[in-house]
Write a protein that binds this ligand. Structure first.
Ligand code: UVW
Length: 320
């Protein structure tokens, strides 16, 4: 059997469109610039019931954290607690003030997170054409901090791909594209508008909590969006600022046609400046949307302002 030759990502994306320079030579937040006051008010207009949902997975859940293979689990340690006072080691403050403190060590991409636009690259350039050397040691350009500074607010729309395909969870490696998203939206009775914050449920992260780890990580192929030039063009024309999914990488792990790993990270994030939000927990929101048939809402999020960070944890809030 002959082995398939996998092209370099720059060959795959050689004609792929770019939004570089569209928001000036110093831009670091890309397509989030589409979210102006108009889009914020469109999001607010979707608030009908006063219901709120948070989309973050719990850090430190007894089951662990659903992380990309090679990334480690979050570790939290108490460095001060009642035990220190019990053995006379707690610091003394006037009036017997006592306290507990803790520290955490975790991957910035190891929980529900916003990726910085400088998180990935090819041909030595990140978003907006900045030199990939600006990532050395710390992201000097397009880190997550400017995303945290501006925040992300707009009209969110949930597309439940798992429900559309009659499943609790999509299969490992199962793909969908922009046409599938539009068909699912139609089945839900909604339309994806220009500049919507696109939230896509696959059921995958939810399954981490009820599956055995061996099954979840087996061969590690997630379901997700799949690359095609038409899909990239659709995302550019729709001016989508932010994609949020309940998978670790938003797109299918390896493009089944070319064999290239995660090409949409480069086509959408590096080239178009679309921010990716990963590892969201969407099951409770999806259940509620199916029950009340309201699939659009105000979406708000702000990742932590980690200076130089390649990404940062976030707990998005949705208001219906
Ligand atoms: C990788 O960079 C592997 O993925 P992500 O964008 O999901 O953190």
């Amino acid at each position: 059997m002959t082995e398939k030759t996998v092209p370099h990502v720059h060959d795959l994306l050689k004609d792929s469109p770019k939004n570089w320079g569209k928001w000036g030579p110093d831009d670091e937040v890309g397509a989030l610039n589409y979210l102006t006051g108009v889009e914020v008010l469109q999001g607010i207009a979707e608030v009908k019931q006063g219901k709120t949902f948070t989309l973050q997975v719990r850090i430190g859940d007894p089951k662990g954290d659903p992380v990309w293979p090679g990334r480690s689990q979050a570790r939290r340690m108490n460095i001060m607690d009642r035990g220190h006072y019990n053995c006379g080691k707690g610091p003394h403050f006037p009036g017997s003030y006592e306290y507990a403190d803790d520290v955490m060590f975790f991957h910035l991409q190891g929980s529900t997170q916003y990726d910085a636009l400088g998180h990935v690259w090819y041909d030595d350039q990140i978003w907006n054409g900045y030199d990939a050397d600006t990532t050395i040691g710390s992201l000097a350009k397009a880190s997550v901090a400017p995303i945290g500074e501006r925040g992300v607010v707009g009209r969110g729309i949930l597309i439940d791909m798992a429900r559309y395909r009659g499943k609790d969870v999509l299969d490992a490696g199962e793909t969908f594209n922009h046409l599938d998203l539009m068909s699912a939206a139609k089945a839900q009775g909604v339309t994806i508008n220009k500049r919507d914050i696109l939230i896509i449920r696959t059921g995958w992260i939810g399954s981490f909590y009820y599956r055995e780890s061996e099954e979840f990580y087996k061969d590690f192929i997630e379901p997700g969006l799949t690359y095609s030039p038409e899909l990239v063009q659709w995302f550019q024309e729709m001016e989508i600022p932010n994609i949020v999914t309940d998978t670790i990488a938003n797109e299918v792990t390896v493009d089944p046609v070319s064999g290239v790993a995660l090409p949409l990270h480069n086509a959408l994030m590096r080239n178009l400046g679309i921010t990716l939000t990963e590892i969201a927990l969407l099951d409770p929101l999806a259940e509620d949307c199916a029950a009340d048939n309201q699939w659009t809402f105000l979406y708000t999020a702000a990742p932590l302002k980690v200076v130089g960070g390649t990404g940062a944890p976030v707990n998005p809030i949705v208001i219906k």
